[in-house]
Design a protein around this ligand. Structure first.
Ligand code: FDA
Length: 503
């Protein structure tokens, strides 16, 4: 049915509002295009040929989400739910089958309760808004989630969510106390009424397979009044390969108060002869003062030659700005909902369980230079090793030294094929050096190269190709939960959890 004849009347009759036109945006509405583009992060999906939604619903009340689900289901229209729009493959706003977007940017209230060390946050809020609001209430509380402030809490937390304090406190999803979700029948369920199976599934299994998450109740974590940060860079000519080799051996065994990640990029060689080189930046957040950090680093990583002059003490919220590449005096910048600059990008992920040999690294540097890509390597260990693989759907816990994110960005849409091809080559090169059977991947770094569902139903076997990579042994349990709560597979996308066939 044309959307105006069935969905719109159905939706209007169900919501108690005189201004339906502000809540449903169709292609003829002035704001449609503006809202559609507003939170698209990956320019690959901003082009005019990308399929567009029949309508964008911008709920300001939970009842609007309920009405959208009920009416879309009645008409067999797919729903794409968008919180912050950071999905790497655009799954929150692009679909090949007729669809609407539920864009939650108006549902973003945040209540911080310091006495109970918790916060209630609606899905459309960004991480920046969450961190800022916590910091306005307390200098000694924080939340363990991602470093990019414009990410939406809806997608991020339902896919795991990690940042600079993961070694101390685990993932964002590990710190969820309760949630509210609109299910396939349009009911609002909380932890008690959804039951522990669904509550388990939405903390790492991705929200989009199970319903529309409205809000989270989060456990805040304690941070000291003063933390220490540093960044030290070296090129391979200066000996960065040896430093990196050492880093691989200690990054996951350091005290859990130390987060020491490395970012490996391509730069220009010093000197007149030119050419490309690899630059490795070791960046750190330590939950404490510099006097405590220096001896710990001296004992574990003396080769880095960390000195007091490399370090800066600051508050936790300033460290959030520092890792987001924002001036530490500009805390209000955390409230900006869109990124200052956007590009085309393709990313992939891997988990490393054995240090990579120096010969392997030399080949990696070469492949990286050819691909013009960069790597962000996140150390595990600490709290990540204490949580069992099945506690949440996110299975990459003990035994992982670090996670790799491969990233390539470009500014000219005509170069898309070239860059994606080189990214795939880089990923192939890394196969011998990373986790195997299955080769692990992080759901929040969504990668459709790993496999995709059919338009309607997909078998367990077919979906296992990508499902086992993201979820390992938790994949089967996710399929069970999905079959229980959405047996007709209404909430689906290219990588949603499939259902078991009915008997
Ligand atoms: P978006 O709105 O695109 O949603 C992502 C997925 O979740 C989609 O499938 C969507 O349908 C679904 N979804 C969203 N809201 C939902 C809801 N309310 N109910 C049900 N389903 C919902 N990750 C990380 O762990 N640490 C980091 O530091 C970073 N850094 C980073 C930087 C940049 C620049 C980007 C682009 C991405 C990251 N990420 C990251 C990855 C990020 O965590 C991931 O893309 C999240 O899924 C983004 O969540 P959004 O709500 O912003 O995305």
């Amino acid at each position: 049915n044309p959307i105006s004849e069935s969905f719109v009347p159905c939706f209007s009759s169900r919501i108690n509002s005189t201004s339906t036109s502000k809540i449903i945006l169709t292609e003829s509405t002035a704001d449609y295009s503006l809202v559609l583009k507003s939170s698209i992060q990956n320019l690959r999906f901003l082009n005019t040929s990308a399929p567009k939604p029949q309508a964008i619903i911008t709920p300001s009340q939970y009842s609007h989400v309920q009405a959208a689900v009920v009416c879309a289901k009645k008409d067999g229209i797919q729903i794409r739910t968008r919180s912050g729009g950071h999905d790497y493959e655009g799954l929150s706003y692009v679909s090949k089958t007729p669809f609407i977007i539920i864009d939650l940017f108006n549902l973003r209230s945040i209540d911080v309760d310091i006495e109970n060390e918790s916060a209630r946050v609606e899905s459309g809020a960004t991480l920046g808004e969450l961190y800022y609001t916590i910091s306005q209430k307390s200098k000694v509380h924080g939340f363990p989630a991602g470093t990019c402030p414009t990410i939406g809490v809806g997608g991020h937390i339902s896919g795991g969510g990690f940042g600079t304090i993961l070694r101390k406190y685990g993932l964002a999803a590990d710190n969820v106390i309760d949630a509210k979700i609109v299910d396939v029948n349009g009911r609002i369920l909380d932890r008690k009424s959804m039951g522990e199976e669904l509550f388990w599934a939405i903390r790492g299994g991705g929200g989009s397979s199970f319903g529309v998450i409205l809000e989270w109740k989060l456990r805040l974590v304690r941070v000291p009044p003063s933390v220490t940060v540093f960044k030290i860079s070296q090129t391979i000519e200066q000996g960065a390969t040896k430093l990196f080799s050492k880093w691989q051996n200690i990054a996951d065994t350091l005290h859990e108060d130390i987060f020491l990640h490395s970012v490996v990029g391509v730069g220009n060689k010093a000197g007149a002869n030119g050419g490309k080189t690899i630059i490795i930046e070791f960046g750190s957040l330590f939950l404490g003062p510099v006097e405590k950090l220096l001896p710990l680093m001296q004992d574990n990583f003396p080769e880095l030659r960390l000195d007091r002059s490399n370090c800066t003490e600051m508050s936790w919220i300033e460290s959030v700005l520092y890792f987001a590449y924002i001036s530490i005096n500009e805390s209000e910048a955390l409230l900006r909902r869109t990124q200052q600059s956007k590009s085309f990008f393709k990313a992939k992920s891997d988990y490393v369980t054995e240090p990579i040999s120096e010969a392997g690294l030399e080949g990696l540097w070469q492949t990286l230079i050819e691909a013009e890509a960069y790597l962000i390597l996140t150390p595990y260990g600490g709290k990540m090793s204490e949580i069992s693989d099945s506690e949440t759907p996110f299975p990459h816990r003990i035994g992982n030294i670090f996670k790799i994110q491969y990233m390539v960005t470009w500014d000219d849409g005509k170069e898309t094929e070239k860059h994606i091809g080189m990214m795939r080559r880089l990923y192939d090169y890394m196969a011998p050096y990373v986790s195997k059977s299955p080769r692990g991947a992080y759901l929040n770094y969504r990668d459709l190269d790993l496999g995709r569902n059919n338009a309607c139903n997909t078998s367990y076997g077919q979906a296992s190709i990508w499902g086992l990579k993201y979820f390992k042994n938790n994949f089967r349990r996710l399929v069970h939960v999905k079959t229980l709560v959405d047996p007709a597979n209404f909430f689906r996308n290219e990588q949603s959890i499939p259902v078991f066939p009915s008997r």
